[in-house]
Design a protein around this ligand. Structure first.
Ligand code: NDP
Length: 386
């Protein structure tokens, strides 16, 4: 893929100011006018008149068949928009590329409306206010929002969250202290209800969500086993993040035997990011009253013919196990709780995070294809501008 660097952004107390928690509280109080990740893009209105800057945007050119290709996106240029009364002009600094975007470009109606052909790609963003006609925002302010794959956007302020760059790297608003962080925190703790001494299995364990789930499970006193797709990822989650055991699913044929070896007391909680055979083979190892958090099924997102459904129901029945799917937006009313707890653990050095950063707005489609292909460790981001 294109040049990407893995940034060792293992934030611990020494990187964060001591007043981090207090200031995060402040940041939340002043910044969270709305925390709906999906709805905020609707607040963006592109103004008619132009400035001298050029706005590059990626629009959807075609609905992908199988794995997306760069040609599924068009790079279009137009004059940067000008903010109207009560609006701000935003310059994109970081773009988030996420697996859920594969569903948004498939055209299949899901929990969110699909991106239409010719429409700017949706997505989480962090950017700088470069012009403001809005009382609450000033040039230089850094905000998180959802204005998608474009270098400039105009917003009326709705859905923007003001960030304090002196507290934590602003990119964390798209990762550990943003949507993936909330997914891990609530999707694991609320649905799996882990207890000390239990065995927790995590698939997609070296990614943005999975790497946090494993660390939260360790904080809760569980034995944690991870599944990832590269030896260096296995090394990272065990050596750096404290997972008790892990394996590379690309070099193991018999997942059942591996689960038996690494989970000798069976599996109490399974946090599923991937689905497919990796998940299918988990069921015989479930303990009675096991809980399964169905977070993602990435192994199926590009499949031309979905794998036949795993015969899980018998296992759920006889083990009296609970499996529950979720969309992270259901937890948004509790986002403050999630950010406060994760920020606290970051400050204490009890959780760490990594980012794989691709340089250059023009490389956004490559980065998106990269996150679907396992080229990231931790959160995959695009750095559009400094
Ligand atoms: P990640 O950072 O985990 O990146 C995706 C990873 O998936 C890749 O790096 C790759 O890692 C792995 N992967 C790709 N293809 C396969 C495959 N065929 N089999 C197994 N693993 C594969 O992404 P996120 O942390 O952002 O998301 C993780 C999951 O959580 C996704 O399924 C996503 O859709 C879901 N999600 C759900 C949310 C919800 O509200 N329910 C919210 C956010 C995310 P590897 O090298 O290990 O293969």
């Amino acid at each position: 893929m294109t040049s990407a660097r893995v940034e060792e952004n293992d934030v611990n107390g020494s990187h964060l100011k001591t007043e981090y928690i207090r200031n995060v509280t402040y940041m939340l109080r002043i910044g969270c006018t709305s925390v709906s990740f999906a709805a905020t893009v609707q607040a963006m209105s592109l103004a008619a008149s132009a400035t001298s800057s050029t706005n590059r945007q990626f629009t959807l050119a075609a609905r992908p068949v199988g794995m997306p290709k760069e040609s599924d996106f068009n790079l279009v240029e137009s004059p940067a928009p000008k903010p109207g009364e009560g609006e701000v002009l935003l310059r994109t600094m970081y773009l988030s590329v996420d697996p859920y975007m594969r569903g948004r470009i498939s055209g299949v109606k899901s929990y969110a409306a699909p991106v239409e052909i010719g429409q700017v790609m949706v997505g989480g963003t962090v950017g700088k206010v470069v012009e403001s006609n809005h009382a609450d925002y000033h040039p230089g302010d850094i905000v998180e929002g959802y204005w998608g794959w474009q270098e400039y956007a105009v917003s009326n302020g709705q859905g923007l969250r003001k960030l304090d760059p002196t507290l934590a790297p602003v990119s964390t608003a798209l990762g550990v202290l943003g949507m993936p962080g909330m997914t891990a925190y609530f999707g694991f703790l609320d649905i799996c209800q882990p207890k000390e001494g239990e065995t927790v299995l995590v698939s997609g364990a070296a990614g943005a969500v999975g790497s946090l789930v494993g660390q939260i499970a360790k904080i809760k006193g569980c034995r944690v086993v991870g599944i990832a797709g590269a030896d260096d990822k296995v090394e990272h989650i065990t050596a750096d993040l404290g997972f008790d055991a892990a394996f590379n699913y690309k070099t193991v044929d018999d997942y059942s035997a591996k689960y038996k070896e690494l989970c000798p007391n069976g599996i109490d909680c399974y946090f599923d990011n991937v689905g497919g055979k990796i998940t299918n083979d988990v069921f015989p190892l479930l303990n009675t009253f096991a809980r399964i958090s169905v977070c993602g099924q990435i192994s199926q997102y590009n499949a031309l013919k979905p794998e036949p459904g795993p015969p899980i129901l018998t296992y759920l029945l006889v083990k009296q196990a609970t499996a529950r799917g979720f969309i992270v937006t259901q937890f948004m009313p509790r986002m403050r709780e999630g950010i406060m707890q994760l920020a606290g653990w970051l400050k204490q050095g009890r959780i760490k995070y990594r980012e794989t950063i691709v340089d250059g707005f023009e490389n956004t489609p490559k980065a998106f294809i990269g996150v679907l292909s396992g080229e990231n460790t931790g959160k995959m981001l695009v750095k559009a501008a400094g």
